[in-house]
Ligand binder design. Structure first.
Ligand code: FEO
Ligand code: CA
Ligand code: CA
Length: 692
């Protein structure tokens, strides 16, 4: 066992096994969020009657800082239509249609199988893998001789949110690929005996974000990435991010290294995200607490899961800022937990952290333009019993295509109103039972309210300033009585209908011990498989009131799980568990990637299409299945081109470097395994699936 592996194994926080993954992964990915007391223990209590695109991509046109690159999003790589004033697609006005991407659903794949499975008539290939060289001077990936310097010039680890956006004027032959590199699995990244200092540095260099140019011969061919392309960029732990909005310059975010409180080094735990109509990418800083040692006793530390334990990666040994007990760095962890905005078309631009959108474990953010022109962002806080948020910009979107329009739009997210959701059910019925159909009394739907936290630049929370509300958003929300949710992951509006899909991935603690039981909007105790809520705003998208219903309660009906698929026959759906990220195709179908199915229903995670309209509403069809121990994330659906992209995150995560669980992607693609004695680690990759 390497010193690194031994260290990971010996760390006390690795003893938790209550989560859905191995102890090592629970520590590395989310600092044992399942096992700790980081869950919402606020006195915000509930009663029985309390419930329980693609963005207008063509709308954006902009100029990079160099002034040379016009960016019209998605004209070839996305089939979404431009935003109308209401932010809905042109197709929305024409009703749901039939996608060009037709397939026969695959059967679920057993969790022990190390394969990437696609429907008949389709094939797949990785576009880019962990370690692939990005720049002309980048070294080739050398598994057994890794260095931090090399990793900084290569594609990072554990790609999560992904988007692929055409470069205008390229006739569909060039695009930019954006990905988050959420976290690292050091236990399967480096060989036994590897230098621990270098291992920690490699891990840091494998975090962050990446922008990579893609090319293809013509629009019928798959994409390849371009080494040394001008837009290629890695965002690393020493990249400077500008903090914008009400918290910029606040005493709550100043450190000895940044007395301005405006210049933050790095971004960590970037999970999901979204793409704006003006051509920027939003990225959510999620499990940031896992990177910091803290006092662990303040209300803020407790509410955000910051503890005095050594961190899993122990970066605090290398840089004092990762231990907020060090003088001058008390506020360092306040500088993480934000939504990041990046311009992938300008490699010299300074990325932004948007304090107006609040600080919590941001899964991501997805936006839509309201009829009023205000941009509305939906955001989930991915923690058991935490909340759902909505942000409405103070200024309005400009649909023009000049550089000035884009500059204006690129500042929209720096100021606005922040709300948190309260759901009210229509029925006293709380816990869902059975499969296939809801009770006839109208249960499991209702109305809701967006409770204000910051409005018009003023705090709506008694006793807290705007800066305090935005830095300690969870504590602020606790005071106004929102609904405790089952881990909101992606929260995404359909540009087809304006309806918003709230993906609740699971909550095994619901109804256990003294914790809150089933409510109408979170209708299952010990919610292993997750569910999806559909919100319809009342009137304009920026409204403070909404109606809601359940789209689905996930599980495997064939195994007797309690499920619901909007009334669609449960025996005619693909089993689905732990929904995480979502995307829409050009005709309004919802596509869902999953994270956690293996430990529940026993199948590898996958990507699923769900019909939202008509007689087949609720029909779930599995499109692909990822390899052993992997999570499917970052779905991108270019159904007009009959192609789909996913990020394959942490393949083989429960193995070791010496005894891998997965040989993804190269050996899996070839259908072979390495020769005896030849170690080959799995490599997280972005994969394209296409006809062929
Ligand atoms: Fe990184 Fe909420 O999943
Ligand atoms: Ca996620
Ligand atoms: Ca996830």
């Amino acid at each position: 066992m390497s010193e690194t592996a031994r260290k990971f194994t010996l760390l006390p926080m690795l003893g938790h096994t209550k989560g859905k993954r191995s102890p090592v992964t629970c520590a590395l990915k989310c600092d044992n969020a399942c096992a700790g007391d980081v869950c919402n223990t606020s006195s915000n209590s509930y009663f029985r009657d309390i419930a329980s695109a693609t963005l207008s991509r063509r709308a954006a046109l902009g100029l990079g800082a160099a002034g040379a690159l016009a960016v019209a999003l998605g004209s070839a790589v996305s089939s979404a239509e431009p935003a109308s004033g209401a932010g809905l697609s042109k197709a929305a006005k024409e009703g749901f249609g039939k996608s060009k991407l037709q397939f026969t659903a695959i059967k679920p794949v057993d969790k022990a199988v190390d394969a990437f499975t696609v429907p008949e008539g389709f094939t797949w290939q990785p576009i880019i893998r962990w370690g692939d060289p990005l720049f002309s001077d980048s070294p080739e990936f050398d598994l057994n001789n890794q260095t931090a310097a090399a990793q900084a010039r290569q594609f990072g680890y554990n790609n999560d949110y992904t988007d692929i956006v055409e470069i205008p004027g390229s006739k569909g032959r060039r695009a930019v690929l954006f990905t988050n590199h959420e976290y690292t699995n050091e236990n399967i990244m480096v060989p036994a005996g590897y230098d621990p200092v270098e291992t920690r540095a490699i891990g840091r260099a494998a975090h962050g974000l990446a922008v990579v140019e893609l090319e293809r011969k013509n629009t019928t061919k798959p994409w390849s990435y371009v080494k040394g392309a001008p837009l290629n960029r890695r965002y690393l732990s020493d990249t400077t991010y500008e903090l914008t909005g009400p918290v910029a310059g606040s005493a709550l975010v100043k450190t000895v290294a940044d007395p301005s409180g405006r210049a933050i080094k790095g971004t960590f735990g970037n999970c999901s995200g979204g793409t704006t109509p003006w051509g920027t990418i939003l990225s959510g800083e999620e499990n940031f607490n896992g990177y910091f040692v803290a006092g662990g006793t303040s209300a803020g530390d407790k509410r955000y899961g910051l503890t005095a334990k050594p961190t899993a990666r122990q970066w605090e040994l290398d840089d004092p800022r990762f231990d907020t007990r060090n003088a001058g760095y008390e506020n360092e962890s306040n500088r993480f937990g934000w939504i990041v905005e990046v311009d992938p078309f300008d490699p010299t631009s300074t990325p932004k952290k948007r304090s107006a959108m609040g600080r919590f474990k941001h899964e991501g953010a997805n936006v839509i333009v309201a009829e009023s022109g205000h941009v509305v962002a939906y955001m989930g806080d991915d923690e058991k019993f935490d909340y759902l948020y909505k942000f409405v910009t103070a200024d309005t979107y400009r649909s023009g295509t000049t550089a000035a329009d884009r500059r204006h739009n690129m500042n929209l997210l720096s100021e606005g109103d922040l709300y948190v959701a309260k759901f009210t059910g229509n029925s006293p019925a709380a816990e869902i039972t059975g499969t296939g159909a809801l009770p006839s009394d109208g249960a499991f739907d209702g109305s809701g309210e967006w409770l204000p936290l910051v409005v018009g630049g003023k705090s709506a929370v008694p006793g807290m300033s705007v800066e305090e509300v935005l830095v300690y958003t969870r504590l602020a929300a606790d005071k106004v009585g929102p609904t405790k949710m089952d881990r909101c992951e992606d929260v995404q509006p359909s540009l087809h209908t304006g309806k918003v899909y709230v993906v609740c991935t699971n909550n095994s603690d619901r109804g256990t011990g003294t914790k809150e039981g089933a409510t109408e909007v979170n209708p299952r105790t010990q919610n292993r498989d997750g569910h999806i809520v559909e919100i319809t705003e009342t009137g304009d998208q920026a409204s403070t009131r909404f109606n809601w219903t359940l789209l689905m309660v996930c599980g495997d009906p064939a195994q007797g799980d309690v499920t619901y698929f909007s009334g669609y026959p449960a025996d005619k759906v693909s089993p689905i568990s732990c929904p995480d990220n979502v995307a829409f195709d050009s005709v309004g179908n919802l596509w869902i990637s999953t994270d956690g199915a293996p430990s529940g229903i026993g199948y590898n995670d996958g990507l699923f299409k769900v019909t939202l309209d008509g007689a087949e509403r609720g029909k779930v069809e599995q499109f692909l299945s990822v390899p052993r121990d992997a999570e499917t994330c970052g779905p991108v659906i270019h159904d007009d081109e009959r192609t789909v992209f996913v990020s394959v995150q942490h393949p083989g995560e429960e193995g070791t470097f010496e005894a891998p669980h997965s040989y993804f992607p190269d050996y899996v693609q070839a259908g072979t395994t390495p020769a005896p004695g030849k170690v080959r680690a799995p490599r997280p990759s972005v994969v394209q699936v296409f006809r062929g």
